[in-house]
Write a new protein. Structure first.
Lengths: 225, 205
C-alpha cells in the first residue's frame, strides 16, 4: 500500500468504519510511514479528545410521563396516522369529494351538457328557452312564427313571475330582433335574386327580339329576290 | 422478548426496546416510562451537544419523548426505537424550536470569565478550596474547547459527528437518523473531522 491509497481510507480507519480484513494493511502502512502515521494519530486523537472532553451529563431531573390518553385508545386519528398510505389517500380523496360536493351544493352549481359542450353555472338554476325546450313544442328546425309556437310562448309568458317575465321579456325581445333581422336579410337576398332574374329575362327578351328582327329581315330579303 | 437477571438477589425483568415499544403502543404507560428511563440520558446528552444549552436540551428531550409517544403507532420497526427517537429529536432541533434562550435568560453555559461557564466556575472554586485546581482547570479548559469546536460546526456536520463519536453509530445508521444518503453522511463526517482537527489542534498536539 502506498500513501495515496492510505489517504483514501484514513478517515474510515480513524472513524472505525473499516472491516477487520482491511485494517491490517492500513495499520502496517501507518507503522512504516511516519507522515501517514502522524496523520492517523491526529485524527484518532480528535475522536478521543471529543469523547473525553465532553462526557455524558446526568439529566437534571428524571422525565416521567403521565399521558392523558393512551396512543391506542385515542380513536380515529391514531388509527388514521397508523394506517397504510393507500388508506390515507382514500380518506383524503373522499374528504375532498365531500368538501367539493358541499361547496357546489352551497353555490347551487349546475353542470349541463348542451349542444356537445359542458357548461358549469352557479346561482339560479338554468331554465332553457321555453319555446325550444317545451316537450310538446315544435321541433327546433320548425318556423319560429308558426301559431303553435306563439301560443306556447304566450302560455309560458303568462305563467312566469314578474322577475322572470322581465328577464324573459328581454330574451324574447332579443329573439324577436334576431328574427326581424334575419327576415330582412332574407328579403334582401330574395330582392337581389329577383333583380338578377329580371335582368336575365330582359336580356333574353332583347336577344329574342334581335333574332326575330334578323329573321324578319332575311325573310323580307328572300321574298324580294 | 424479555430476559431474567438477578440483582441484589432479586430477579428483575429486563425488557428489550421492541417489547417495551409494543406494550407502550397498546397504551402501557409504564412501558413507555421504562423506555424514557432507558433513553433519557443518551437523548438529553445528544440534545445538549446539538444545542449547547442545558435548558434547551431538556426541552428538546421532553418534546422528543412526547412526540415519540404520540407517534408510537407509526413506528414500523420497534427494534429501531432509539434511532427513531434520535431522528425525532434531530428534526425538532432542525425545525428551529431550539436556541431561543440565547439573550433572554442567563444560561449555565454562558461564560462568566476565564473561558469558564457558571457551573465550571463554581466547580473550580470548590476545587481550589480542596487544593487540586490545575487538573480540574485543564479538564474544564479542554471541555470548553471541545464544546466550542462542536458548536462552530454546522448543524448537519455537528449531528453527524455527535452520532459517530458519542454514540458509535455506523455510516448507515447515521444516514437513517439524519435521513440522507450514506455518501452525504461520509462527506459531512470527513469535513467535520477536518474542521475539528483544526479547532482542536491545541488539545491534540
Amino acid at each position: 500500500m502506498n500513501c495515496q491509497d492510505f489517504k483514501k481510507q484514513i478517515m474510515d480507519l480513524a472513524l472505525d468504519e473499516l472491516s477487520v480484513e482491511s485494517r491490517p494493511a492500513l495499520e502496517q502502512h501507518a507503522a512504516r510511514c511516519a507522515a501517514c502515521g502522524a496523520q492517523l494519530s491526529r485524527l484518532v486523537a480528535v475522536g478521543n479528545v471529543l469523547k473525553n472532553g465532553w462526557r455524558d451529563e446526568e439529566v437534571p431531573f428524571p422525565l416521567v410521563f403521565t399521558p392523558v390518553a393512551s396512543p391506542s385508545s385515542s380513536g380515529f386519528w391514531n388509527w388514521l396516522l397508523a394506517a397504510p398510505r393507500w388508506a390515507n389517500v382514500c380518506m383524503a380523496t373522499g374528504a375532498a369529494l365531500v368538501f367539493l360536493f358541499a361547496i357546489f351544493s352551497l353555490a347551487r352549481t349546475e353542470l349541463r351538457y348542451d349542444h356537445g359542450q359542458f357548461a358549469l353555472a352557479f346561482g339560479q338554476p338554468h331554465v332553457a328557452n321555453p319555446s325550444l325546450n317545451t316537450p310538446s313544442g315544435p321541433p327546433l328546425n320548425a318556423s319560429l312564427d308558426t301559431p303553435e309556437v306563439e301560443k306556447i310562448i304566450a302560455a309560458k309568458y303568462a305563467s312566469l313571475s314578474a322577475q322572470d317575465r322581465e328577464r324573459y321579456g328581454v330574451m324574447l325581445e332579443q329573439l324577436s330582433q334576431q328574427v326581424q333581422t334575419q327576415r330582412q336579410a332574407d328579403l334582401q337576398k330574395i330582392g337581389l335574386a329577383f333583380d338578377q332574374v329580371k335582368t336575365v329575362v330582359w336580356k333574353d327578351m332583347q336577344r329574342n327580339n334581335a333574332i326575330v328582327q334578323y329573321a324578319a329581315q332575311r325573310i323580307a330579303t328572300n321574298t324580294k329576290n | 422478548m424479555s430476559s431474567s437477571k438477578v440483582k441484589d438477589g432479586m430477579p428483575i425483568e429486563v425488557s428489550t426496546d421492541t417489547e417495551l415499544v409494543r406494550r407502550a403502543a397498546k397504551g402501557d404507560v409504564t412501558a413507555f416510562n421504562a423506555l424514557v428511563r432507558k433513553w433519557e440520558k443518551p437523548l438529553y446528552n445528544f440534545a445538549l451537544r446539538l444545542t449547547g444549552h442545558r435548558e434547551d436540551a431538556l426541552d428538546l428531550a421532553q418534546d422528543a419523548f412526547l412526540k415519540a409517544y404520540s407517534q408510537l403507532c407509526q413506528l414500523q420497526a420497534a427494534d429501531k426505537f432509539s434511532r427513531w427517537l434520535f431522528k425525532i429529536a434531530l428534526n425538532l432541533f432542525y425545525s428551529g424550536k431550539r436556541g431561543s434562550h440565547e439573550g433572554k435568560t442567563i444560561s449555565l453555559d454562558e461564560e462568566v470569565g476565564d473561558g469558564l461557564n457558571l457551573l465550571d466556575a463554581l466547580s473550580l472554586g470548590e476545587a481550589k478550596n480542596r487544593g487540586h485546581s490545575d487538573a480540574l482547570l485543564f479538564e474544564r479548559e479542554r471541555a470548553r474547547i471541545v464544546r466550542r469546536a462542536i458548536a462552530q460546526l454546522g448543524p448537519d456536520q455537528r449531528a453527524a459527528i455527535i452520532l459517530k463519536i458519542y454514540y458509535g453509530m455506523k455510516f448507515e445508521e447515521i444516514a437513517e437518523v439524519v435521513d440522507c444518503p450514506v455518501s452525504t453522511v461520509k462527506s459531512r463526517l470527513y469535513a467535520a473531522m477536518e474542521n475539528l482537527q483544526e479547532a482542536l489542534k491545541d488539545c491534540i498536539e
